[in-house]
Design a protein around this ligand. Structure first.
Ligand SMILES: Cc1ncc(COP(=O)(O)O)c(C=O)c1O
Length: 407
C-alpha cells in the first residue's frame, strides 16, 4: 500500500472496506492507511516527543482539535494511533484509546468515568489487579463496589437492579474459566442506566466481540494475546465515542501513555493475531481433552469441553473457546511441583497469551496472597494448574504433558 493507488476508492471508503473485512484482514490492515513514509511498507516508529508547525494557525487548529494532527506524544502519537485503530477495527468499535499497560486501561476506565457516590457491580473472579481496585482503591474515593458470585447471573441482575452506574465483566475468568452471560448482563446494565464494560483479554476479538453482545466498552491487556510474544506491555479501551473521549481526557493528564516503540511491537504482534488464536483454540481444546482422560488429573476447566458448566453460554457468545485452560491434579502440591518441573516446552511463568506455552499454579502466581481457605472459597483447588497454550504443534505439547504426568 505505497504511493498513489490506482483503485477508485478514496481513503474513507478504503477504511470502511477494511473495517468490514474478515478479522485476519483487519488485523493486518487496520489503521495502516494513516502512516506511510517514503514508501515504507511497515508503520514507522515515530519517537518524536513533540510535533512542530510552520504556521501558528494550523498549530492552534490542531491544539483545539479542529484539525487532525499531533502536538505532544503523551496525548497522541502517529505510531500509537495505528495501534489504537487496529484494535478499534478488530473490536468493531467507533473509538479507541491506548495505555502503557492493561492495568492502566482498567484504572483509567474506572477513574475516568466514576465519581464519588457511584456504584459498580462486578464479579468475584475478575483479574487480581482489578479486584484490588474494587476492594481497596475505589472505596477510598467514595465509590461503592458490589462483587457477586461470578456464575450467579440472578444475583448479578439483582445487584444491578438495586442501582448501578457501571457493570464490569470478564469472560472467561481467571483461573477457572467461568463463563459470564454477557448479553443478558449487558441488558440488565442498560435497563439500570449503567455503562457496561468487558475485559476481553482472555477471549480476544477473534473469539468474542463484546460490543456486538451489548457492551459499551471493551478493554484489553495488550500485553497478552494482542501483542502475543511476551515482549511488550500495553492496554487499550474501545467502544462508545463519548465514553472513550472521557477516558482519554483522564489518560492525557495522568500520563499512562503507550510508548511508540512498544506500540510498534504490539502492531506487529496483532498482524498474526487471528492465526495464533485459531491455533491456540485448537491446541487448548486438544490438551483439555487429553487432560480430561488422564488418570492423574482430577478436573479440567475449559469452556470448550461439552460437559463444562459454561459451555452452552460460551458456545452462544464465543466463536472459539480460547487458549487458556486449567486443571487440578488428583495428588497434592508436591505433585504439582513435580509435574511442572518435568515439562520441557512450557515456560513456568506468570502471564498468558504468548506464542509459547506458559504454565503456573494460581497458588504461586495470581492467587499467592490468598490463604488456602480463601482459594477454596473461590473454587480454586490447591493442585490447580493454569496453562496458556502456545502455538507449538499439538503432538509435541501432548507428548510433553504425557511424560510430565507419568511421574
Ligand atoms: C484479564 C486481565 N486483565 C488485565 C490484566 C492486566 O494487564 P497488564 O499486566 O498488562 O497490566 C491482566 C494481567 O494478567 C489480565 O489477565
Amino acid at each position: 500500500m505505497t504511493g498513489e493507488r490506482e483503485d477508485d476508492l478514496d481513503d474513507e471508503e478504503r477504511r470502511t472496506e477494511i473495517e468490514q473485512a474478515g478479522p485476519g484482514t483487519r488485523a493486518v490492515w487496520g489503521g495502516e492507511l494513516e502512516l506511510s513514509w517514503q514508501g515504507a511498507t511497515q508503520v514507522p516508529v515515530v519517537n518524536s516527543v513533540t510535533f512542530g508547525f510552520d504556521d501558528v494557525d494550523t498549530w492552534l487548529d490542531v491544539g483545539a482539535g479542529r484539525t487532525p494532527g499531533h502536538i505532544y506524544s503523551r496525548n497522541t502519537n502517529p505510531t500509537v494511533q495505528v495501534f489504537e485503530d487496529k484494535v478499534r477495527a478488530l473490536e468493531g468499535a467507533p473509538a479507541a484509546t491506548s495505555f502503557a499497560t492493561g492495568m492502566a486501561a482498567i484504572s483509567n476506565t474506572l477513574f475516568g468515568l466514576l465519581k464519588p457516590g457511584d456504584r459498580v457491580v462486578s464479579l468475584r473472579d475478575t483479574y487480581g489487579g482489578t479486584s484490588r481496585l474494587f476492594l481497596e482503591f475505589l472505596p477510598r474515593f467514595g465509590i461503592d463496589v458490589e462483587l457477586c458470585e461470578t456464575e450467579d447471573v440472578e444475583a448479578l441482575e439483582t445487584a444491578i437492579r438495586d442501582g448501578c452506574d457501571l457493570v464490569y465483566l470478564e469472560s472467561p475468568t481467571n483461573p477457572t474459566m467461568k463463563i459470564v452471560d454477557l448479553p443478558r448482563l449487558a441488558r440488565a446494565g442498560h435497563e439500570a442506566g449503567a455503562v457496561v464494560v468487558v475485559d476481553n483479554t482472555f477471549a480476544t476479538p477473534i473469539n468474542q466481540r463484546p460490543l456486538e453482545l451489548g457492551a459499551d466498552l471493551v478493554l484489553h491487556s495488550a500485553t497478552k494475546f494482542l501483542g502475543g510474544h511476551s515482549d511488550a506491555m500495553g492496554g487499550a479501551v474501545c467502544g462508545r465515542e463519548d465514553l472513550v473521549r472521557e477516558i482519554f481526557r483522564f489518560r492525557e493528564i495522568n500520563g499512562a501513555s503507550l510508548a511508540p516503540a512498544v506500540a510498534y511491537l504490539l502492531i506487529r504482534g496483532i498482524k498474526t493475531l487471528e492465526l495464533r488464536v485459531l491455533r491456540q483454540n485448537e491446541n487448548a481444546l486438544g490438551l483439555a481433552r487429553f487432560l480430561r482422560d488422564h488418570r492423574a488429573v482430577d478436573r479440567v476447566f475449559y469452556p470448550g469441553l461439552e460437559d463444562d458448566k459454561g459451555h452452552v453460554v460460551a458456545a452462544r457468545q464465543m466463536s472459539g473457546f480460547g487458549g487458556l485452560l486449567s486443571f487440578s491434579l488428583t495428588g497434592d502440591f508436591g505433585d504439582v511441583k513435580r509435574v511442572l518441573e518435568r515439562l520441557r516446552y512450557a515456560h513456568r511463568a506468570a502471564s498468558l497469551g504468548s506464542v509459547g506455552t506458559l504454565i503456573g499454579p494460581p497458588a504461586v502466581t495470581s492467587h499467592v496472597e490468598l490463604t488456602p481457605e480463601d482459594r477454596a472459597r473461590l473454587g480454586i483447588p490447591e493442585t490447580l494448574i493454569r496453562c496458556s497454550v502456545g502455538i507449538e504443534n499439538l503432538g509435541d505439547i501432548l507428548a510433553d504433558f504425557h511424560q510430565a504426568l507419568e511421574t
